[in-house]
Every structure is written in C-alpha cells, then in structure tokens.
Design a protein around this ligand. Structure first.
Ligand SMILES: Nc1ncnc2c1ncn2[C@@H]1O[C@H](COP(=O)(O)OP(=O)(O)O)[C@@H](O)[C@H]1O
Ligand SMILES: [Mg+2]
Length: 319
C-alpha cells in the first residue's frame, strides 16, 4: 500500500520518541510505501487534491531517514493519508483540513479532516463535561478570578490552542502574578482561555489513554518533574506504566460513539485522577513509551487496522 504522511519536517522527528515515526517504521516493516509532505505541499488542480511529496525510507541510526526526489501525486492514488502535523491549529492547518475534504471518499484519511476541525484543540473536551473537572472558558479577568476563588483558590489556565504543556500555568487566589498571568494568556482580554479547577492529584501523574476507533489500546502515566506543574513528556515529564481503571473504561465507552461519529480514530485522552482534562486528536503521542512497557510494537496494531480500513474505503463507491 501507499501511505502519505502530512506532517512536520522529518529532520524534527525523534526516532525513539515520535509516534509518527513508530507508525512509519511499522508500516515499512509491513512492506508499505511511505510518502512525506508538509501541509503547505497539498494542492488542488482540476478539482483533484494532490501533494508534492517525497518517497521516504527509514534508516537505522543517523540519519534516520532518506528522501527520494519530489514528485506530484494525487491523493486518490494513495491508500491512506496520515495527518500527523503537530499543533498549533493555525490558518495553514485549517486550510489543509478544508483541502482534504475534497479527497474524502477517494482515500482513507486518518483522522478525518472534519473531526480535526471540530476537535481543535481544548474546547472539544467540553462535549464530555460530565467527566471533566470544573471548567470555565472566558476572556474576562473578573470571571476567571471569581472561578479561581470558587475552586478553592487554585486553578490551571491554558491557551485554547496550546499543546505540549505550552502556556499552561497555575493560578492561585492572592498570587500577585495572577492578574498578569491572565493578561498574558488572554492577550490582554482579546481571546478566551480555558481555566480548570486545580487537581492536586496531578502530582501522581497525568494518564494518557490511547484510543483506536473508540477502543483502548493502552495507557501511560506521565509524572511531572518535581519543579514543574506540567506532566507533558515534551517538558521533562517521566513516563511509567499504568493500568486503566474500570471507571476510566466506562468513561471511554460512553465517549466512543461520539468520537467515532466525528471520525476521530486515533485519539489521546488526558486524565488526572480519573477526570478528563484534555482530548488530543491532532497528533497524539505515547505509542513508543507504551510499546516499551508492554514489550511489543503497538504501532503494528494501528497500521494493521489502517490496512483493513483502506480496503474498506477502496471497495466503497467513489464520488
Ligand atoms: N486541571 C488540572 N489540574 C492540575 N494540573 C493540570 C490540570 N490540567 C492540566 N494540568 C497539568 O498541565 C499539563 C498540561 O495540560 P493539558 O491540559 O494536558 O494541556 P497540553 O495540551 O499542553 O498537554 C498536564 O499534563 C498536567 O500536568
Ligand atoms: Mg495534555
């Protein structure tokens, strides 16, 4: 099969950390052809979506990849498109998902571009607010400060389009920096931020539960450095094995139909103390750490699932 990866430059990929690299490695092992492009390389000509891309081969050691010469292809000629571009969800990303709409039914797109638009980034989580800690979304300082007081004097503020722990800060009643923090994250009240009740159990970790087509494929626990609030691997959080509790499984079962309906097949849920704090859909990570803990390559399961879905898409009538 031919798989196109729409993603950031290969030079930025960390071979032993990146989930996209794990997908590519598993796919290469299973004999599939890899093509790579950036979101800006998508084009539409004669109403057909294409990509200026390069054939990609993964190598052992450094460098970790080699490219072939650039070539223009049509998306209808590839079996699957993996959208694995890291946030931010900026105008370029939005336009890429809108362009990919025109390749719908011509190839299997993973995750669905409509789902990627619907779920970016923090606000989608509120579709499942019954599982979340108390949360407010606002640009107004007085509303945010009142919320912090009503939450026992401690909360966490997050930019709506952030990822990897970027811009996530603790707000405490009485902290002389609190007003300035709100000003920074809301750009002086020009944009909303998400503010969440502070969950003290975060010191025990932030669990990442990975889902494939609404089913749990595994989980890892990320524990923050002693000198940081944020558990993200990207900012120095360490990873440990963990189980998924029955309560968490029940939550996933209740969320799965909606995730499936939105075409969100590969999803990373963030849970602190059994409460849902975030849903990651743009480019969720954690596969390599999970594979180390379970002693086999979980990316293999994902690629084998994609293979089955490519075949399904190919046998459906094309519009
Ligand atoms: N409600 C909360 N209470 C305590 N800590 C939190 C809360 N929400 C987030 N955090 C901490 O901040 C980190 C990043 O927050 P998250 O909402 O997952 O955003 P990001 O998209 O940056 O990963 C989490 O890994 C966790 O350590
Ligand atoms: Mg997170």
């Amino acid at each position: 099969m031919r798989f196109l990866y729409v993603m950031d430059p290969m030079e930025r990929v960390l071979p032993d950390k990146d989930t996209t690299f794990a997908f590519q490695r598993a796919a290469q092992r299973r004999g599939h052809v890899a093509l790579h492009c950036d979101a800006r390389d998508l084009f539409i000509r004669d109403s057909l979506v294409g990509a200026r891309c390069r054939g990609l081969g993964l190598l052992e050691g450094a460098p970790h990849f080699a490219f072939e010469a650039p070539t223009d292809i049509l998306l209808r000629d590839v079996d699957a498109v993996f959208i694995r571009k890291d946030p931010p969800f900026n105008p370029g990303y939005l336009h890429a998902t809108l362009m990919l709409e025109h390749a719908r039914d011509q190839t299997f797109i993973f995750n669905d571009p409509k789902g990627l638009r619907t779920a970016n980034e923090k606000l989608y989580t509120l579709q499942f607010s019954q599982h979340m800690p108390r949360t407010i979304v606002s640009s107004h300082k007085d509303q945010i400060l009142d919320f912090v007081s009503a939450s026992g004097g401690a909360a966490v503020i997050k930019p709506l389009d952030g990822a990897g722990g970027s811009g996530v800060l603790k707000l405490s009643t009485g902290d002389k920096n609190a007003r300035a923090i709100i000003d920074i994250i809301t750009a002086e009240g020009a944009q909303q931020a998400m503010v969440q009740e502070y969950l003290p159990a975060v010191v025990k970790g932030d669990k990442r539960i990975l889902l494939l087509d609404g089913e749990i494929i595994g989980a890892i626990n990320r524990v923050a450095r002693a000198d940081d609030l944020r558990s993200n691997i990207h900012v120095g959080g360490s990873v440990e094995p963990c189980d998924v509790t029955e309560k968490e499984r029940e939550m996933v079962r209740s969320m799965a139909p909606r995730l499936r309906a939105d075409g969100l097949m590969f999803v990373g849920l963030d849970m602190i103390d059994g409460r849902l704090t975030e849903i990651n859909v743009t480019s969720p990570t954690g596969i390599q750490e999970l594979s180390q803990h379970v002693g086999r390559d979980v990316a293999d399961d994902v690629i084998s699932w994609v293979e089955r879905h490519c075949i399904k898409t190919a046998t459906q009538p094309r519009s």
